[in-house]
Structure formats: C-alpha cells, structure tokens
Design a protein around this ligand. Sequence first.
Ligand code: ATP
Length: 234
Amino acid sequence: MDKFVSNTDERLGIFGGTFNPVHFGHLRVAVEVRELFSLDAVIFIPSAQPPHKDQTGIAHASHRLHMTQLAIRSYPFFQVSTIEIQRKGLSYTIDTLKELKKVHPETVQFFYLIGLDAFLSIHTWKHYQKMFDEIPFIVMSRPVSGANKKMSLSMVTNTLVAYIQQTISEKYVHDNQRGCIRHPNKQTIYYCQVTSLDISASQIRRLIENNQSVHFLLPDDVASYITRHKIYKL
Ligand code: ATP
C-alpha cells in the first residue's frame, strides 16, 4: 500500500478495545500503522463495558486502564484516553467519535484502527452506518487463531470489499492503486497488512488461569501488574 500523504494538520489514530489485557499484538500493529499513515499519535481507548463481549472475566476498567498506561509509557507516539471509562456504561464507538470531535479542533484528522476480525462484525455495532460517514477506517490484518493457512492479500481484499458492499453500501469500490476502498460520499476504508502476531487477550487469560507463563506475549510491566493484583486467576 502507498504511504498515505502527510499534511500539516494533526492526524490521530483511534484504537478502541477491551485491552483485557493489552498485549504485543495490539502494540506492534499500532506502531506499524502509525508509521505507515504518518499519524502523529495513536490513542488507545479502553472500553468501560464492551457491548459485544461476555462481561464475565473482564477485569475492572481501572485495571485495564493501568495496564494500558504501563504498556505504552516508553513509546512517545502512544496515548491512552479515559473517555469511555469516564462515560461509564456500555461503550459505543459512535458516541466516542462524536465526543472526540467535539473536544478537538476541526483540523484534526481521525482514523479508526481496527483488526480484521472485529471489522467483519461491525454490522452489529450501534449506528454502524453512521460511523462510515464520520471516520476513515484502517483495517489491520490479524491471523486467524488455529488456522494453518494464511489468506492471500487478494483473498482478504475480496472478502473485505464484499462485506462492505453488502453491509454498508454497494457504491464502495476497490482502488487497487492506493490500496483502499473508496465511496463517493462516505469515508475511505484502508486495508493494511501488518506483522502477523497470533496473540490474543483470551489466550493470555487462559494461560494465567492455567498457571502457565505469559512471557513475551505482553510487556513485562503488564505481566507484573497482573501478578501483583491477582487478575485473571480463578
Ligand atoms: P479477546 O481475545 O479477549 O477477544 P483481543 O486480543 O481480540 O481480545 P481486543 O482488546 O478485543 O483484544 O482488541 C482490540 C482491537 O485490537 C480489535 O480491533 C482487534 O481486532 C485488534 N487486535 C487484537 N489483537 C490483535 C492482533 N494480534 N493483531 C491485529 N489486531 C489485533
């Protein structure tokens, strides 16, 4: 994909998630997207209550926030926002986007970072249609856990284009040259192949429950925090 052209206005990546806990899968892809899209910063936004996840086994929001803060503190281009945690209740991304736009100057350009797995269920999100008017998406590749065959770029792109045309609008077209999916009136959707790290928060929680090591799956500071606060222990 072409490196997206930079301009003088601030460009911010929004990275929403449960971060239960944050891990190297999240961190590495955010580094790569920031560089590829010349973003000034990526803002991690831990949700208060993710609407699409089973609420059992989700660590308290304050723990998830602290872990995310610990994880990003040595990297100058990452920030953590408490916007969803402060709002409390179910965290709907559309509400977060509106709030962010209100508190930032109009010149700021936002991009929403999302893994392919999460993007392919976006039709279940509140006011999902509206989101495509509000913000360009950067969809990041993510290995399918347990699958032994990697999908080729054209297979992923075809899946993505078909999904978008079916669920959002038939007028989206694939712009092969710029590596994106465009619409005459809606925001552009970018697809980005990032380093494949088959790491998930659920895998980490399972390992902890089974007293197995989580070394090299997430930052040491986060692992120590989990041990200190006995998070994810049955
Ligand atoms: P869980 O295993 O509990 O479902 P998760 O590891 O998917 O959690 P989330 O906090 O739900 O983590 O993910 C937030 C965002 O980060 C989502 O858009 C997800 O697709 C993306 N993401 C998570 N892990 C990776 C990864 N290894 N590579 C690329 N994207 C990822």
